[in-house]
Design a protein around this ligand. Sequence first.
Ligand SMILES: [Zn+2]
Length: 443
Amino acid sequence: MSRETKCDILITHASCLTEDMEIRDEQAIAVKDGRILDVCAQESAGELYRASETVDGRDKLWMPGLVDGHMHTGQQLLKGRVLDELPMIWTRIMLPFESTLTPEKMELSAGLASLEMIKAGTTGFVDAGSYFMDKAAEVYARSGLRGVLSHSTMDQGNFPESIRETAVQAVESTDRLYDSWHGQGNLKVFYSLRALMNCSRELTVKAAERAREKGTFLQAHMNEYAGEVNYTLEKYQKRPVEYLDSIGVLGENFVAAHGIMLSAHERELLAECGAKVVHCPFSNCAKGVPDTPALVEAGICTGLGTDGTAHGGLSLWNEMKIFRSVMNAVWGSKNADPAVMPAKTILKMATENGAELLGEKGSLGVLKKGYRADIISIDWNKPHLLPTAKRVNTLVECVTGGDVCDSMVEGRFLMRGGEVLTLDEEKLLWQAKQYFEKQEASL
Ligand SMILES: [Zn+2]
């Protein structure tokens, strides 16, 4: 009788990124029932595990998949549309566009976003909320990605008729999305507030109550513009986070997207209740630079997001580089501290902290026994990656989305050797080209 343990997949001769952000060579990763059964030395793997499928992991770096903590499926078709535009792109370009979304546009958007994410090594994402999210959910379920969906939620402001909702209607829209999709495959549903300026107090409280009742998260665009901070100061005599604290909205399940203009007191409030923050570096550069060293120092879980493809694409590798540069330009140079935001911290933000933003603290984001098997590989056999004195630094400095070779979510390969298995790439790219041809013809 064999004494080996059965597993579904055994990735052999793998170089693995560890929890401490070191790289260990000649490892084997055993995957079973969607989880990492073990990460062990290659030499002992043969006698420990018998796999249904063995994958040769040589010449690649295996690591946890990246998590995009804040993106917008509903803005996928706005790629190239907002760069260099004058301010208030949200009210001038994005909202009018989102008000014309259709189920067909959302289907194409989710297909293209899935493709872009899988190919760039993103295995999990948090959508900030848009319309026809059911259509997006169908596509995301097929893609195999791990993701959070939300309904765009707001009840005040001068919006086109098609996206106008009352507080009750807006919360009910998310209730319906939650009932249909939360817990389906790798999908979850969060409640969402678009921005405090566009949400009445009634809506803010209702959405928070409902998220708590259902045991899910609440997310909001927070402290992104001076105008937004001034709005709550004027209306409630409190800064945005202070206002949410005063009406009982803050908690461990709260995710503040952007978090650029946070006062010391606001950081304290977020830290006290265990709320989370997610920065979107490329997008944020137009507005300000967050004090991330202070957030990290305060123990606040801080992740990274792209803010959707309209803001420079969905590659978190780009965001990590931009983030490193901005942190050093502002906080590092000021104190002549080159390690103000070290590579290890940045990688942790995009993996382990990203897992927390998905509500998967302690179960995702690390190559570790018992964790969910969301794993990517980087093809290291490239002139821009070899040779290197320290691979962890090169991961942040030089790796791009194009170097991602394999992608696995919950133990299932979504991409192997650069070929996406769950979506029809050729068809989606054809549809994308058709979309723009149609657009141009209608101008
Ligand atoms: Zn956003």
